[in-house]
Design a protein around this ligand. Structure first.
Ligand SMILES: *Cc1c(COP(=O)(O)O)cnc(C)c1O
Length: 371
């Protein structure tokens, strides 16, 4: 009996996305192995964080790296680091922000749920532009002696009308203000691990528990050595702002194993698997009346991988989209899929294990045929 069976919690096949509410992603054997080994003995946690950081920095072509407790905590820690720098007096006083530079500039068009993690430091978000984008003048006008950092949310959270990231970096750097890129879900491509910082971003943030398939509660901050040092001073095990965002030895070592695996992974083969799976789904589903299936690209986070968009004409198919989604989730095995507009679902191959693509296809066809 599995741990989940004994709790009465049903396993779910994830044909949706790397969603935290579904458990994010699954750790490959080498990550589990590294965590198991790490769990077997005591170490000096500061020393381990530094050693893991320097290996990850090397692997990702960055100056420095820090393992955080999820990308959300990376947003909070990196904001705190930009507000205080490595000044221990300020770090001890934090989050009392009187007299500190504690404004963070963000495109209005990029506001999203994750920016709570920036605001939880007490920093004030200064929005620039409109829902459609912003101009160089908007950014120039927002910068003041109170500015701590400029944030950039990459992927589908940035809009075509936004100031290009390279321009944001150029302008911010003219005023000696750091730029932080949230690329939490921007893997693949693997090159994003160095792309943002090579472009000039001071820090780049990634989720450890999405496509990297590291520990669920891990995140990665990459970039400037002095800012990473400030993150470290705010972070666990120091009695500071980041103490409640603990990162254990197992997560540190597990994330390193995940990054090592990811930079050496055959990403072309993985992409082929996704393309072939989507092609196979489209061919099978288009046989069913009232159903139209097609390749959709990029996926919901803007990652360069395809999904299958299935549109259901309820009048012809004899079943409503919502009923299909519910039946998949209630079925055996349970399957989670994403929805699209009123009548569509997305099937995502990127989170599936070997052979699950066929299970998803067969279950969906059975549900559509009223079985
Ligand atoms: C997923 C995500 C986060 C949070 O990542 P966690 O590792 O789950 O904390 C932050 N920002 C963006 C844009 C994300 O997509």
């Amino acid at each position: 009996m599995s741990v989940y069976d004994s709790l009465g919690v049903r396993p779910i096949i994830n044909a949706n996305a790397t969603l935290t509410k579904l458990g994010g992603s699954l750790m490959p054997p080498e990550v589990i192995q590294a965590m198991t080994e790490a769990a077997r003995c005591f170490i000096d946690l500061h020393e381990l964080q530094r050693a893991v950081g320097s290996r990850i920095a090397e692997l990702t072509r960055n100056e420095a790296a820090y393992v955080s407790s999820g990308a959300a905590s990376a947003l909070a820690l990196s904001t705190a680091a930009c507000i205080t720098g490595a000044d221990l007096d300020l770090i001890t006083r934090f989050p009392h922000l009187e007299g500190l530079r504690a404004e963070v500039i963000i495109h209005k068009s990029q506001r999203n749920g994750y920016d709570y993690a920036i605001r939880q430091t007490g920093a004030t978000l200064i929005e620039i532009g409109t829902d459609e984008g912003a101009s160089a003048a908007d950014l120039e006008n927002a910068i003041s002696e109170r500015t701590a950092a400029v944030f950039w949310f990459h992927g589908l959270l940035s809009k075509p009308g936004d100031l290009p990231l390279s321009e944001v970096i150029r302008i911010a750097h003219e005023h000696r203000i750091p730029v932080i890129v949230d690329g939490a879900a921007q893997l693949p491509p693997v090159s994003n691990l160095w792309y943002f910082t090579e472009l000039g971003a001071d820090l780049a943030i990634f989720s450890g528990g999405k496509d990297l398939r590291g520990p669920q509660s891990s995140g990665l901050i990459l970039g400037r050595k002095d800012l990473i040092e400030a993150c470290r001073l705010h972070g666990n095990p120091n009695h500071a702002f980041g103490r409640p965002m603990k990162v254990g030895k197992e997560e540190m070592v597990g994330l390193l194993a995940a990054v090592e695996r990811y930079v050496h992974l055959d990403h072309d083969a993985r992409e082929r698997y996704c393309e072939e799976t989507v092609e196979q789904w489209c061919a099978a589903l288009n046989q069913i009346s009232g159903v139209q299936a097609e390749r959709s690209f990029p996926n919901e986070a803007g990652q360069p991988l395809p999904r299958c968009r299935v549109t259901i004409d309820a009048a012809v198919a004899g079943i409503e989209r919502d009923a299909v989604v519910q039946a998949l989730l209630d079925g055996n095995p349970a399957i989670s899929v994403a929805t699209n507009q009123q009548d569509g679902i997305y099937l995502n191959p990127m989170t599936l294990g070997q052979g699950e693509e066929l299970v998803v296809q067969q279950r969906l066809i059975a549900v559509l045929q009223g079985e």
